[in-house]
Design a protein around this ligand. Structure first.
Ligand SMILES: NC(=O)C1=CN([C@@H]2O[C@H](COP(=O)(O)OP(=O)(O)OC[C@H]3O[C@@H](n4cnc5c(N)ncnc54)[C@H](OP(=O)(O)O)[C@@H]3O)[C@@H](O)[C@H]2O)C=CC1
Ligand SMILES: O=C(O)[C@@H]1CCC=N1
Length: 265
């Protein structure tokens, strides 16, 4: 299978890194092109994938085309490659936030097998969380192969398109919010005398283990909070101080704003 990436920014590079790391594909199966030669040539050099001289060449030589450009250039880019997107031979995968299957069909053709996805950065380490929704033309083996690319680099969930904006906040954007939390924990450690390096490692390992506990436990997070909070102890004292500063309200406000922004696009 040949898979072509149109755009090789942060997210496409994360997917490519994950696919190669998980041995789902070998470099010769991946083709790339983007706006600037300095970007795609460097990515090709670093990963061993093949750089093409145009978006059209990528599409011509690929079975599966991954649209990985920012939303503001998606329309002209699809118009540029539309003629090469033969519905009998190609599958289109979009990772573009906010771009609906209806809009993709309008731009790329109503017969084209198409998968709308919303991955997150953790695909780079095989721990991604990706939402998928296929159109009615993508069926059977082609559908399995398209979704299989994201299964290979983490978990996938099939969601109605109406839930993509919420999913995007909770999984697509949330790595940034979790990094923010880890940095805040680590900064607190620095305030109390730890080095930034040690504090960041301690904070990140604690967050990773806590996430695993949530995934592997029948308890909901509040039950686990109670297990950590010894009666009369320091954890409950810290929790109450965080809540007094508006911890949960801050998180929900941030997610509300992310979803509003997603819905406005
Ligand atoms: N970052 C994330 O965590 C997530 C991102 N997404 C979606 O992924 C998409 C890409 O985001 P991200 O990787 O963060 O953005 P980047 O800005 O890092 O990457 C955008 C890429 O598009 C390329 N590009 C711009 N114009 C063209 C063109 N005319 N032809 C071909 N390539 C072009 C750029 O080329 P060059 O580098 O050469 O300038 C760049 O490689 C977005 O639609 C976003 O919504 C979805 C989920 C998560
Ligand atoms: O910030 C963004 O627009 C994209 C969508 C999800 C993560 N990054």
């Amino acid at each position: 299978m040949k898979i072509g990436f149109i755009g090789v920014g942060g997210m496409a590079q994360a997917i490519i890194t994950g696919l190669l790391k998980q041995n789902k594909l070998v470099p010769s199966e991946i083709l790339i092109h983007s706006a600037h030669a300095s970007t795609y040539e460097q990515v090709a050099k670093k990963t061993g994938v093949t750089a093409k001289n145009s978006n059209s060449e990528v599409v011509k030589d690929s079975d599966v085309v991954v649209l990985a450009v920012t939303p503001n250039v998606a329309t002209p880019v699809i118009q540029e490659i539309r003629d090469q997107l033969d519905p009998k031979k190609k599958t289109l995968i979009s990772i573009v936030a906010g771009l609906t299957l209806e809009r993709l069909a309008e731009l790329a053709g109503y017969d084209l097998p198409t998968l709308r996805t919303l991955p997150n950065l953790n695909v780079a380490i095989g721990a991604g969380m990706t939402a998928v929704h296929a159109n009615e033309n993508l069926t059977g083996k082609a559908k399995e192969e398209a979704i299989g690319l994201f299964d290979a680099v983490g978990s996938t969930v099939t969601l109605p398109e109406a839930d993509f904006a919420t999913f995007s906040a909770l999984a697509g954007s949330s790595p940034a919010y979790v990094y923010f939390f880890i940095d805040s924990l680590s900064r607190a450690g620095v305030k109390h005398g730890l080095t930034k390096k040690a504090a960041t490692k301690i904070a990140a390992q604690a967050v990773m283990g806590s996430a695993e506990m949530v995934l592997n436990s029948d308890e909901n997070p509040f039950g686990l909070i109670d297990q950590v909070s010894s009666p009369g102890g320091s954890t409950v004292a810290g929790l109450l101080a965080m809540e007094e500063a508006g911890f949960m309200t801050s998180v929900i406000k941030g997610i509300d704003t992310t979803i509003e922004r997603n819905n406005a696009e």
